[in-house]
Design a protein around this ligand. Structure first.
Ligand SMILES: Nc1ncnc2c1ncn2[C@@H]1O[C@H](COP(=O)(O)OP(=O)(O)OP(=O)(O)O)[C@@H](O)[C@H]1O
Ligand SMILES: [Mg+2]
Length: 253
């Protein structure tokens, strides 16, 4: 997916993510085979904010990892910004991932010894080497946006948990991805800090029009996403407006 091979056209730019009958079997063909995702079909468009919910073990992280090309699926079709992902080499997967997707995890995986701004710049450094001035200015802009303007040159291990998660969000945004995938990004934060971090997702979703799929066990936060997808035993049992999610479902989220 060098510039010459980019397949993104105005038509398919609106659909950021498309899954058709995705199945995932861990340890396929062995006695330990575990069929975790069953015929999962969904589509996410530019600018959507989607909560992915379900009880522990229902397959949320597995699905997110498949969507993010961090893990292979067993059958079905997955398209990212119109690119069919089947048959891509590891290098092509890495390139598509780094061009299109930003990740935020519960445990932010920042590099402690590095400064905050270097952590934000990390995805670009891995891809292009030493960052240029425009990239550095954009990283500083994102740090301003997440309320850490004065922390750029401080080692990240001196920041609070909420501040570190805000650095991780800036890092996910630095490559201007069309899609952000977040796996319980507020899972280890107190309620107020979780709300503040979620505010950032909401704001970036509106301002940058990036699609966001966010796994959360917090019904207060999933209710703030216009759309909720609920998994039970690796199957989609609800996909629609969060406001219409039946109560019986929210109770067990
Ligand atoms: N690498 C793996 N090998 C085999 N089975 C796996 C692997 N990763 C996950 N699983 C299984 O897949 C199922 C779904 O796990 P997953 O982590 O996706 O659930 P989850 O919905 O994210 O749960 P939680 O809310 O606890 O994070 C579980 O039964 C789990 O044991
Ligand atoms: Mg999980």
């Amino acid at each position: 997916m060098s510039n010459s091979s980019v397949l993104i056209t105005p038509d398919n730019q609106q659909t950021v993510l498309q899954l058709d009958k995705i199945n995932k079997v861990f340890n396929e063909g062995t006695p330990l085979a575990n069929h975790v995702l069953h015929d999962v079909s969904l589509q996410v468009s530019r600018g959507e904010l989607v909560a992915l919910v379900g009880t522990s073990g229902s397959g949320k992280s597995t699905l997110l990892n498949v969507m993010g090309l961090l893990d292979l699926y067993s059958s079905g079709e997955l398209r990212i910004q119109g690119h069919l992902t089947q048959g891509l080499s590891e290098q092509q997967r890495t390139q598509l991932r780094s061009e299109s997707i930003g990740f935020v995890f519960q445990f932010h995986h920042l590099i402690n010894a590095f400064s905050t701004i270097d952590n934000v710049l990390m995805p670009l450094m891995l891809r292009y080497g030493k960052p240029n001035q425009e990239q550095t200015e954009y990283a500083q802009y994102l740090l301003n946006e997440v309320g850490l303007a004065n922390y750029a040159h401080i080692a990240t291990n001196r920041l609070s948990g909420g501040q570190q998660q805000r650095v991780a969000i800036a890092r996910a945004l630095v490559s201007r991805p069309a899609l952000i995938l977040a796996d319980e990004p507020t899972g280890n934060l107190d309620t107020q800090t979780a709300d503040e971090v979620f505010d950032l997702f909401e704001r970036f979703n509106v301002e940058h029009q990036c699609a966001i799929v966010i796994v959360t066990h917090d019904p207060r936060l999933s209710a703030r996403c216009p759309r909720t997808i609920r998994l039970t035993d690796g199957r989609i049992v609800y996909d629609g407006a969060s406001a219409n999610l039946p109560n019986a479902f929210t109770k067990t989220v």
